[in-house]
Ligand binder design. Structure first.
Ligand code: NAP
Length: 370
C-alpha cells in the first residue's frame, strides 16, 4: 500500500481553495493543515474543506511534524520567505507560480532544497494537464514535423483595485508574473531554451506591467510569439505550427479540453493523375479571374490545404485540474525523487532568468529588489 501524503497549505485565498478541492479527489492525499495570518480565516477554511488542523500562523504549520509537504499559496512577493521557512522546517514544498520574484530568489530556494535534500517544485499546473502531455508526445512523435512557430496569448480582465495582487507592485503584481509565465513555460516545455528574447511592456498607473508581448528565438530558427494582458479577454489559445502540420490548443490552453491537429498532405513526387489534375485546376484558376473569385469565396483556391486532414482530440479531465500537479508531487515523494521531470528546477530557474531579462528591457524593478 502506498503512503498517504499529508499536506499543509499556507494562505486561504482563491487558489488555496481550488487546490484544496483538487487534493480532495486524490486517494493518497490528506489535507491535514491550513494556515492563515488570521485564526478566523484558518478556521473557516478548515470547516469548509474538512481540514483537521488550522493554524493562525504560517510558522506554526511549518512546525507540525505530521505534515509532509506544504503548498505555498501566498502572494508572489512572499514566496521566497515562505518557502525558505518551510524548507528550514524540513518540509517538501510545492510553491505557486511565479516560483519567486526573480532568478536570485529562485537560486536561493533551490539551493536550500538541494542542501536539505527536500522535494521542491513550482506549481505550474498547466504542464501536468493530460492534453498538454498529449501535445508534447504528438510533437515528439514528429506528427507535425519540425516546429517552426508557436503563438500563444493569455488574457483576462483582472481586478484593477491596487489593494489586490494584480495591480500592486509591492505584492509582485503585473501581467508578466501572473499571465505571461504560462505561455512562456509552455514554449519552454515544447521548444526548449530560447536563444534570444525581445519584448514590449505597457504599464499601468500603479507601475505594474499591464500587458506585454514577447518574441523568442530558438537555436534552430524557431520563433515563439507570446502575449498577455490584464486588461481584456483574449482568445487564450496556442497554435504550434510545424513543417507537416499544426496543433491548436483550444481555449483555455492552460487547462485544455480540446486539441485540433492538422496534417498537411506531403508534396507528391510521383506525378500521379490526382496531382496533375490538381495542377490543371490550379492553372485554370490562375487564368480565369471569375473562376478564381468563386473558388476563393468557396475556400477552394488553396487545393492542397483543402485536402488537409484535421482531427480533434477531446479529453475531459478529472477533478478541477489542480489534482494532476498534486499527484505528481505525491508520486515523487512516494518514490523519493527530489524534483519532477515534468517541471524540473533548472527550467523553473531558466524561466525566471528569461523574465529577469525581459524586465531588464523594461527597466522594471520590484520594491523587494531595491
Ligand atoms: N496556478 C494557478 O492557476 C494560479 C491561479 C491564481 C493564482 N496563482 C498564484 O497563487 C498565489 C496566490 O494567488 P491568489 O489568487 O490565491 O491570491 P489571493 O486570493 O489574494 O490569496 C492570497 C492569500 O495569501 C495570504 N497572504 C499573505 N500575505 C498577504 C498579503 N500581504 N496580502 C494579501 N494576501 C496575503 C492570504 O491568506 P491569509 O490571509 O489566510 O494568510 C491570502 O488569502 C499567487 O502567487 C498567484 O500567482 C496561481
Amino acid at each position: 500500500m502506498s503512503k498517504t501524503i499529508n499536506w499543509g497549505i499556507l494562505g486561504t485565498g482563491l487558489i488555496a481553495q481550488d487546490f484544496a478541492q483538487g487534493l480532495n479527489i486524490l486517494p493518497d492525499a490528506k489535507l491535514l493543515g491550513i494556515a492563515s495570518r488570521s485564526s478566523e480565516k484558518a478556521d473557516n477554511f478548515a470547516q469548509k474543506y474538512q481540514v483537521s488542523r488550522s493554524y493562525d500562523s504560517y510558522q506554526a504549520l511549518a512546525q507540525d511534524p505530521d505534515i509532509d509537504v506544504v503548498y505555498v499559496a501566498t502572494p508572489n512577493y512572499r514566496h521566497k520567505a515562505d518557502c525558505l521557512m518551510c524548507l528550514e522546517a524540513n518540509k517538501a514544498i510545492l510553491c505557486e507560480k511565479p516560483f519567486m520574484l526573480n532568478a536570485k530568489e529562485t537560486r536561493e530556494v533551490i539551493t536550500l532544497a538541494q542542501q536539505k535534500k527536500l522535494f521542491c517544485m513550482e506549481a505550474m499546473w498547466m504542464r501536468f494537464m493530460p492534453l498538454i502531455q498529449k501535445v508534447k508526445s504528438i510533437i515528439e512523435a514528429g506528427t507535425i514535423g519540425e516546429i517552426c512557430l508557436l503563438t500563444a496569448d493569455f488574457g483576462y480582465r483582472a481586478n484593477p483595485d491596487p489593494q489586490q495582487r494584480f495591480y500592486n507592485l509591492d505584492l509582485g503584481g503585473g501581467a508578466l508574473l501572473d499571465r505571461t509565465i504560462y505561455p512562456l513555460s509552455l514554449a519552454f516545455y515544447l521548444l526548449g531554451e530560447p536563444q534570444d528574447v525581445v519584448s514590449q511592456g505597457v504599464f499601468s498607473e500603479t507601475k505594474i506591467d499591464e500587458q506585454n508581448a514577447l518574441i523568442l528565438r530558438y537555436p534552430k530558427g524557431q520563433l515563439a510569439v507570446l502575449s498577455a494582458t490584464l486588461k481584456a479577454q483574449t482568445s487564450n489559445e496556442v497554435v504550434i505550427t510545424g513543417s507537416l502540420g499544426k496543433i491548436r490548443i483550444h481555449s483555455p490552453f492552460y487547462r485544455p479540453l480540446k486539441l485540433s491537429i492538422t496534417q498537411l498532405p506531403q508534396p507528391s513526387t510521383s506525378g500521379d493523375s490526382s496531382s496533375s489534375l490538381k495542377q490543371k485546376i490550379k492553372s485554370a484558376l490562375k487564368q480565369n479571374s471569375l473562376l478564381r473569385k468563386l473558388a476563393l469565396y468557396a475556400d477552394l483556391y488553396d487545393l492542397p490545404l483543402k485536402r488537409k486532414n484535421t482531427f480533434q482530440i477531446k479529453q475531459i479531465f478529472s477533478g478541477n485540474g489542480y489534482n494532476y500537479e498534486a499527484q505528481e508531487v505525491i508520486n515523487c515523494l512516494q518514490t523519493n525523487q527530489l524534483e519532477s521531470t515534468i517541471m524540473p528546477l533548472n527550467e523553473t530557474l531558466k524561466i525566471m532568468e528569461i523574465m529577469d531579462s525581459i524586465r531588464h528591457q523594461w527597466h522594471l524593478i520590484y520594491p523587494q529588489e531595491q
